[in-house]
Design a protein around this ligand. Structure first.
Ligand code: BGP
Length: 471
């Protein structure tokens, strides 16, 4: 008997620009680093994606029919500023006006993200992208233009998507020139620049948008101690500091968490911080935290490990492929959560973890929260009569919605639920083999018609929204 969702709770869904739009070089848009990173043999790339650029009206009509009251998407920097800076591209700007107008006309609150992994390629070529501090200046130019342009139409702004994931999987999320690959400090320098970019965008929203609210869209998850050994509990504490507080303390307290910074300094990985940077962090405060939640982790003591190891990625979609987990010697080691089942891509399925992280973050920072991504990547099959029976996705989402309701019952302020994804789109790791959408997009790794087909989960979510979460 948990309290019902509040009447103004926003029920939405989520996408990102390069993963849905296509038209990668159309109407003046230039390539972003994601167009290049995603060119892998046998895997779809971002050139067509889900053809949303040409079909956005049809897509918004489907959102309306679904009952969505919010839509979280991202703006492509290189569609608006093809060279990353200078003069805006009028056709690119017009696309986002048309999209946002269409959303508003259909009663859907737009929640744009300013940056979702897609740094303009021109800036990578010019100065190695986020590695250079110059990126912050160009991002500020882009952010000022967009926020000013849409200030009368957009209230909720999100800044950078998944900063912690950009750090963890830096070579997949950024195009890194080879000369930097052996330097583990670089990723923390990138992170510092992202923090400056985030704080700048927050300040701009406060300056330009009357009543505007702004926050980052981080990826976060609970990290449980693997065992009840005190050493493992300490490993867990370090992992939480390193993977979560290191980011959130900047957003909400304007400072880096001490333990992680000391660890980075001792291991020669600390970023160069210039005078005034920490003041900017404080001035660019966040009004809320948006976060993406998919799965949880466990941690233990790093034991005698002396080598850093990276978190592995499952590229094949066969359970049990991940062999390597993050180790920070002397600090912590991440391990698979043996208590949870996983998706075919080894992502632990843990709806309870969503209640845990909502309550944990709210208790620490006391700011409203918004879920900008949550969903189940799966192999979906289209039947001959054009149906997709994705009951596994319905089970996954239902359990997570119940977890949000429990967290809210215990006092956590949650503004919106925007599961990933509104429609099938280009997965960051697995092209179109791995799907998340409520709407099936008829294409494979080569391409296809991109016809939109409503899955079973679409009809189920329609009822969830119509009953304000009572389903
Ligand atoms: C998040 C990203 C999204 C998205 C999702 C699923 O980390 O913000 O862009 O793709 O994860 O990941 P994947 O596509 O690898 O399954």
């Amino acid at each position: 008997n948990y309290r019902p969702f509040p009447k103004d709770f926003m029920w939405g869904a989520s996408t990102s620009a390069y993963q849905v739009e296509g038209a990668a070089e159309e109407d003046g848009k230039a390539l972003s680093q994601q167009d290049v990173i995603n060119r892998r043999p046998g895997v779809a790339d971002a050139s067509l994606a889900s053809d949303h650029y040409h079909r956005f009206k049809e897509d918004v009509a489907l959102m309306k029919e679904l009952g969505m009251t919010s839509y979280r998407f991202s703006i492509s920097w290189s569609r608006v500023f093809p060279q990353g800076s200078g003069e805006p591209n009028p056709k690119g700007v017009q696309f986002y006006h048309d999209l946002i107008d269409e959303l508003l006309a259909n009663g859907i609150t737009p929640i744009p993200t300013l940056y979702h992994y897609d740094m303009p390629l021109a800036l990578v070529e010019k100065y190695d992208g986020w590695i250079s501090r110059e990126s912050v200046k160009d991002f500020a130019h882009y952010a000022r233009f967009i926020i000013n342009e849409f200030k009368d139409k957009v209230k909720y702004w999100t800044t950078i998507n998944e900063q912690s994931i950009i750090v963890q999987f830096w070579t997949q999320k950024c195009l890194i020139p080879e000369k930097y690959l052996d330097d583990p400090q670089i990723r923390y320098q990138i992170n510092h620049h992202l923090n400056l970019a985030h704080a700048t965008a927050c300040k701009l929203v406060h300056e330009l948008v009357p009543g505007g609210m702004v926050g980052a869209a981080i990826n976060t998850a609970p990290i449980y101690a693997l065992t009840s050994k005190p050493e493992d509990a300490l490993g867990m504490l370090n992992a939480v500091d390193f993977r979560t507080l290191f980011y959130l303390d900047v957003y909400f307290k304007g400072e880096y968490s001490k333990a992680s910074m000391i660890y980075l300094e001792e291991h020669n990985m600390a970023p160069v911080i210039e005078e005034g940077d920490l003041d900017l962090f404080k001035e660019g405060y966040s009004d809320f935290l948006a976060f993406n939640y998919y799965s949880s982790d466990c941690a233990r003591s790093a034991g005698n490990a002396t080598e850093r190891t990276e978190q592995g990625v499952n590229w094949t979609g066969k359970k049990g492929e991940i062999e390597s987990y993050e180790t920070e010697p002397d600090f912590f080691q991440i391990v698979r959560n043996p208590a949870c089942d996983t998706t075919d891509w080894d992502w632990a399925i843990d709806p309870v973890g969503l209640e845990f992280i909502l309550r944990d973050i709210y208790a620490r920072y006391g700011k409203p929260l918004m879920i900008t991504e949550n969903g189940m990547g799966a192999y979906d099959a289209l039947t001959d009569d054009k149906k997709v029976h994705d009951s596994y996705r319905i089970d996954y989402l239902r359990a997570h919605i119940q977890a949000i309701q429990r967290a809210m019952h215990y006092g956590v302020e949650v503004l919106a639920y925007n599961p990933w994804s509104f429609m099938d789109l280009l997965s960051t790791s697995n092209g179109y083999k791995k799907r998340y959408g409520f709407v099936y997009v008829d294409r494979d790794e080569e391409g296809g018609s991109c016809e939109r087909i409503k899955k079973d989960s679409y009809y189920w979510y329609q009822k969830v929204i119509a009953t304000n979460g009572a389903d």
